[in-house]
Design a protein around this ligand. Structure first.
Ligand code: ADP
Ligand code: MG
Length: 593
């Protein structure tokens, strides 16, 4: 009746304060911790890491909205504790207020599983020993629980079904399944880089899209980004900064990206977002990187736990750091030094750098290499082409070496081949040969750099005279020895002229030496620390079998054999795609066999 006073029809006045019912409190708290499938995955993976897991397998369906499953080989949960795991504020990691200061685990609030269980159906199966017997508990939207026994070796599997199904407002705010899957992918990629000694595998809708070997950072980078990127990584050399230790690596200047999504920072094994560190970091690479570009960087700090307060953000992504500025400065210097502060001029783009573009959706649909394969396919503009659709429909996980049986040549352009597992391959003959030659040249270069054993040069019948600008001559002169040890001999010939006397002997079919030397010289006078890569690309490109060249059966077989052994079979050195694969399964699908 007193509606003007905020009292409605004799019920409780709307301006009175009342305590919320417990389930509302829970739902609100849950929303802060678990905003989307990726935050649930993050919490589950952090739990696995806290449990000392060495292998973590993450599976999702429909971007995690239908199903998230995280399985680990960690310490497991005691049978009698299982009822506790989905209870709010139940944790094994913190006992007292004092512990909060020194907590070393990623989790400590005992909220994650309870929060997930408030918005999804959660099943936790766990075994604390290897006797083969696990116990499981299922909690349905914070409601009933059921218990079961099942077979399992030591470790824990948490399965989350239909997250947010009962929270339509939240569900509506989320992106498409693909968008959510990408977020999950980023979370796993970041943890795989910050904790490379743990093996990670991520399966999305049945496809393996990320797998790391669980060894070193370098090998994790190879597994996630491919060998070309790994080769371009420079370790961060940083002295101890007031008791904090920095490790990690950064790509050289020739690899850069439009966003900083490949900048990953870890503090004591936790993937974090820290604005001060991020800002300093950017200030560090800004002068040496083109505007708006970011490197691929992995920086991992180890600091004593008292100096970090992770208890400031619901999902603990932001952390507070003591001596934040000192750490930020050290990071900035380490990065600037690694990338090479000395040169502040324009940043040349290595040829093949351009090809390594981590198109977001591509990373998902085309899985990263299985183990040490550098398989990255570039997404072309206008991705909806049938070719793209075919590629996307099929998972490419190539064997190494790839056994290709030659079936013939198509229009003097493509080699057709089959594999023992019933796959059909179309291989661009020029790019495949380019890849073969390029890797061969890189291997030679590495051998030269390591052992200083010079590569045989093949003398040119007629030495070639080239005229450079004085600036180019200045660039070339200090590189002459290195070029000579790779088989390319430049002899100063007065002023800024040079006589080129030999080319690497490995290159058997030099069609137009003058053109080749022009291209090589162009690369060798580039103001780039990767000029030698550019030289290798130019050599490979100019001497590879061309499109339009008819090959004998023996030549086809030889090329396929060489190509089957390369490290990065999916891309030519310029980064263009070079093969199309139809797996037996895809053919069966297309033809409805
Ligand atoms: P917190 O990690 O903050 O302790 P959670 O809700 O994430 O809280 O987990 C609650 C408890 O369940 C943890 O303290 C831990 O004892 C147990 N737990 C959860 N996941 C795992 C796992 N994968 N392996 C072992 N124990 C786990
Ligand atoms: Mg936790």
């Amino acid at each position: 009746m007193l509606t003007s006073n905020g009292v409605e029809d004799g019920s409780v006045p709307s301006n009175r304060i009342a305590r919320l019912p417990a389930e509302v409190v829970e739902r609100i708290a849950a929303g802060e911790v678990i905003g989307r499938p990726a935050s649930a995955v993050r919490e589950l993976v952090e739990n696995s890491l806290d449990a000392g897991a060495k292998t973590i397998r993450i599976e999702m369906r429909e971007g995690g909205l239908r199903l998230i499953r995280v399985a680990d080989d960690g310490c497991g949960i005691l049978r009698d504790d299982l009822v506790m795991v989905c209870q709010p504020h139940a944790t094994s990691k913190l006992r007292s207020l004092a512990d909060l200061e020194t907590v070393k685990t990623l989790g400590f609030r005992g909220e994650a599983l309870a929060s997930i269980a408030a918005v999804a159906e959660v099943e936790v199966a766990s075994a604390t020993d290897d006797l083969g017997m696990a116990h499981s508990i299922t909690v349905n939207m914070g409601g009933q629980t059921t218990r079961k026994a099942q077979a399992r070796s030591r470790g824990t599997t948490v399965t989350v079904r239909n997250i947010f199904a009962a929270v339509p407002a939240r569900r509506a705010l989320l992106r498409s399944a693909q968008g959510e899957a990408l977020r999950v992918f980023s979370v796993i990629r970041a943890y795989a880089l910050i904790q490379p000694e743990v093996r990670f595998a991520l399966v999305s809708d049945g496809q393996l899209i990320l797998q790391t070997p669980g060894t070193t950072l370098e090998e994790a980078v190879v597994a996630i980004y491919g060998t070309d990127v790994a080769r371009a990584m420079i370790p961060l050399a940083a002295p101890e900064t007031s008791g904090a230790h920095l490790s990690g690596s950064v790509t050289s200047r020739s690899f850069h990206f439009a966003t900083h999504e490949h900048v990953t920072i870890g503090i004591n094994g936790r993937v974090v977002a820290n604005r001060t560190l991020q800002a300093e970091l950017e200030a560090g690479y800004r002068p040496i990187m083109r505007k708006g570009r970011h490197p691929l960087l992995i920086a991992s700090w180890q600091v004593s736990p008292e100096r970090v307060d992770a208890n400031v953000h619901p999902a603990k992504i932001e952390v507070l750091l003591q001596d934040e500025n000192a750490l930020a400065k050290a990071l900035r210097e380490a990065v600037a030094e690694a990338i090479g502060h000395a040169s502040t001029s324009t940043v040349p783009q290595a040829h093949w750098g351009e090809g390594i573009r981590f198109a977001r959706s591509m990373q998902l649909t085309l899985p990263a290499p299985r183990t040490r394969r550098g398989l990255l396919l570039r997404k072309r503009k206008g991705s909806g082409t049938p070719r793209q659709a075919l590629l996307e429909a099929d998972t490419i996980t190539l064997e190494h070496p790839l056994t290709l049986v030659s079936l013939g040549q198509f229009e003097d352009t493509l080699l057709l081949a089959s594999t023992p597992d019933g796959g059909l391959y179309l291989v661009d003959q020029h790019r495949a040969h380019e890849r073969v030659l390029y890797e061969q040249l890189l291997r030679q270069r590495d051998a030269v750099l390591e052992k200083k054993t010079p590569v045989q040069g093949q003398l040119l019948l007629a030495p070639l005279l080239i005229e450079l600008t004085p600036l180019q001559a200045d660039m070339l002169l200090p590189r002459i020895d290195e070029l000579a040890s790779c088989g390319i001999e430049y002899q100063p010939f007065g002023g800024s002229s040079f006589l080129v006397r030999s080319l690497p002997a490995a290159l058997t079919s030099v069609r137009d030496p003058a053109d080749l030397i022009r291209a090589v010289t162009h690369e060798a006078t580039e103001e780039s620390e990767h000029w030698l890569d550019g030289v290798c690309v130019a050599l490979a490109c100019r001497t590879a079998i061309r499109r339009g060249q008819s090959l004998s059966s023996a030549e086809q077989r030889a090329l396929l054999a060489d190509f089957g052994a390369v490290n990065v079979p999916a891309l030519c050195p310029h980064g263009s795609p070079l093969l199309l694969r139809y797996s037996r399964g895809l053919l069966a699908k297309i033809f409805e066999w």
